[in-house]
Design a protein around this ligand. Structure first.
Ligand code: SAM
Length: 345
């Protein structure tokens, strides 16, 4: 692995964050809690043990870290989880990070949510400066929804989606493709997104965390999904990119965008501009690798702002070139032991 600067040089405490492969880090995903009111079968085990409170960063710590990244040129922050809207007091963090959007220091503050709490929060999110949210919806069938989420209520999420629209938030629907569970629904979901005015992204399951099931049974390559869609839809390749893993097409009949996130069948690392902060303050340089830096220890050891910045620089020096997920019949165990709700999806 190369280094941004020779290792003997003291790490920089200001200036842009550039990794050893000359990728500029401009996007921070922040998991604000590992807790969630759903237990999606591909994400969590049914009986999850959640982290003790003392291990989870306080809202003040999350804010300090977020601001430290913004000071280094991060332009976009996405709050995720767990379910970000079940974190107690979350709106105080949203409001303070929203100020950075209003002052122009941050280009965009966004949120990924399961939608269950949006009737309560949509208006506040919009007022704080959030313009777009991602809402995870894997099926439009109430019973299948209950099964995938292990108890979730689709009607509650649909009410949340309406509240988001009423508040003026743009919505992108995230749908995980699951063989034998929702694979016959994508076409209808594209139509629904068209009617409701949502973009949509299909996601392949990633082998993260032990979920008590056999992932090879639910893994559905998006190449197969995409090959079937032209029976009903005209898909046009478009150059739209967010710096993330999704590749987008336009659905001619609906005028909406449709994205495909294919971590297993397509390597998207070369344009990676992001790092992930867990709710325990670990900074993961790559969703698919174990390289991490414990920023909570740095904070709780009483680091000055300069010491914190040096720790961040040091972490970015170790961003790996790419990831290497494996999911096949011989590798039924997760490629990585941590769950998505800790790293943040
Ligand atoms: N609770 C929020 C939600 O439901 O969107 C945010 C956190 S959730 C971990 C973020 C996204 O990760 C969701 O769209 C979820 O479907 C996706 N996800 C979780 N585990 C996954 C896995 N193993 N493979 C692919 N996507 C996964």
């Amino acid at each position: 692995m190369g280094y941004q600067t020779p290792p003997e040089m003291p790490p920089a405490v200001s200036g842009p964050l550039i990794d050893p492969f000359q990728r500029r880090i401009t996007y921070l995903r922040v998991s604000v809690t590992d807790r969630c009111d759903f237990r999606c079968i591909y994400c969590m085990a049914e009986n999850m043990t959640f982290l003790p409170k003392a291990q989870v960063l306080t809202l003040e710590e999350l804010e300090r870290l977020s601001r430290a990244f913004v000071a280094r040129g991060v332009r976009k922050i996405r709050l995720t989880g767990g379910e970000p809207l079940v974190r107690k007091g979350i709106m105080s963090l949203v409001d303070s990070l929203g100020q950075l959007v209003r002052s122009g220091e941050l280009e965009e503050l966004t949120l990924t949510t399961n939608g269950s709490q949006l009737t309560r929060f949509a208006e506040g999110l919009a007022k704080a400066g959030i313009r777009r949210i991602n809402v995870s919806v894997d099926t439009l069938d109430a019973e299948t929804f209950r099964r995938i989420t292990r108890g979730g209520d689709l009607a509650q999420v649909q009410d949340g989606l309406r509240a988001a629209r009423d508040a003026g938030l743009a919505v992108k629907v995230n749908t995980v493709a699951l063989r034998g569970i929702n694979e016959d629904e994508f076409s209808d979901m594209i139509a629904w997104c068209g009617r409701e005015g949502y973009d949509m992204t299909l996601i392949e399951t990633m082998p993260l965390g032990d979920v008590e099931g056999d992932r090879t049974e639910s893994y559905l390559p998006l190449s197969l999904v995409r090959a079937r869609l032209p029976q009903r839809w005209t898909l046009e390749d478009i150059p739209y990119r967010t710096g993330g893993p999704a590749r987008y097409v336009a659905v001619k009949e609906t005028g909406r965008k449709l994205g495909f996130i294919t971590p297993l069948t397509h390597n998207f690392c070369e344009s990676c501009n992001r790092v992930r902060l867990t709710c325990t303050g670990e900074l993961f340089m790559c969703l698919g690798q174990e390289d991490k830096k414990d920023l909570r220890a740095v904070l709780r050891n009483g680091a000055t702002d300069a010491e914190l910045q040096a720790a961040i620089t040091d972490a970015i020096r170790h961003k790996p070139k790419g990831h290497d997920f494996v999911i096949d019949r011989e590798h039924k165990r997760p490629a990585l032991s941590r769950h998505m709700n800790v790293t943040g999806g």
